[in-house]
Write a protein that binds this ligand. Sequence first.
Ligand SMILES: Cc1ncc(C[n+]2csc(CCOP(=O)(O)OP(=O)(O)O)c2C)c(N)n1
Length: 371
Amino acid sequence: MADSNDPDDTPADRGGRLGTAGFIPAVVRSGRDAMSTEVALTVFRQMVRTRALEERGIKMSKSGEAYFWIGGPGEEAVNVCLGLQVNKGAGPAYDYLHLHYRNAGILLGMGMPMLDHVRQLAMTATDRHSMGRNFVGHYAMPEWNVVPVTSVIEVQMVMAPGTALMQKRHGGEGISIAVSGDAGTAEGDFESCLLWSSRPGNELPVLTVVTNNGYGISVTHDSQHAVKHIARRADPYGIRHETIDGNDPVVVWNAVARAMRYVRTQRKPFVLEAMVSRLHGHSSSSGAQRNWQEADCLALFEQKLIDGGVIDADQVAALREEAKAEADDAAVTVAGEPRPTPLDVPLGTYAPSAVDAVYPKDYTGLPQRRR
Ligand SMILES: Cc1ncc(C[n+]2csc(CCOP(=O)(O)OP(=O)(O)O)c2C)c(N)n1
């Protein structure tokens, strides 16, 4: 423990440094886990950005600028810590992402601008993920191996062993990351993922992340699952797992790092369950009102960083302003952008194929019906 009365106890002795506001520690701790101050500030800034984006999205859904809102307020710690540690790129040497619909923080952490999220939210023709034809948070980014997100929950779980098999054959340290809510694990796809990624002698590098917010829309976890922790369902398959406090970024950062290291190097699956909050209900369909009863990972982390002397209230306010301005600018930009037209419906639906050469003017590649 540092002794502030000891004249020989300098910031350098304590592994920290002096900032304008006083002593800044080198690390932020939670129990046995630690995170460097630099990483903590990066995580915090991305969490602030993610929250600002979601709050703007909720407002847009209420004002009619967006059709529907769903997202991850309450899951920022998990999503940002995951996104910042993804090895992003295209092809089997890099990580594949099989996501859920609450993962804006993952993509912001990876470097996606807010505008790319807001365009899909506003369903503009400029939406890079789906040309304005899909719900918000349904990303698709081939250059970062982000496999298209579907509204049909849990199908991502059966796709992950597929990309992982290809990655194992390819060699290297690329892994397949599948993210799911807790209720989605009631679908058989979850068990299929566990089974196919743990075949003896044919284990696959799949990192399953379950964000357990205690609900499936209006169904409580306890009324559906006899097993208290979803991660325990990995036991019969011999899959390693961990259940963590998803509201503590220091804990999450380290758990993600450990899990990723294991899956990357051992080429075997791992299930990480993060207990998280649902701060605005399920979606705009249920009103998206703020639930003040649940723990807020962002507020908790902010207080921890202030108490620890890592950041001060003015710096927090400046980060919030910066994030809000980025979200506001994105909302203004999309307001002036075109919406898809009926003629856009078939665009990008089918990949070009040899059949297109036979019927070049027909996007389906099928013969036109004679009139
Ligand atoms: C196959 C399928 N069944 C049902 C639904 C309807 N549905 C959409 S979200 C949802 C709840 C999912 O809860 P959970 O997996 O815990 O994720 P959360 O929304 O809580 O993050 C359901 C049942 C769906 N989209 N797809």
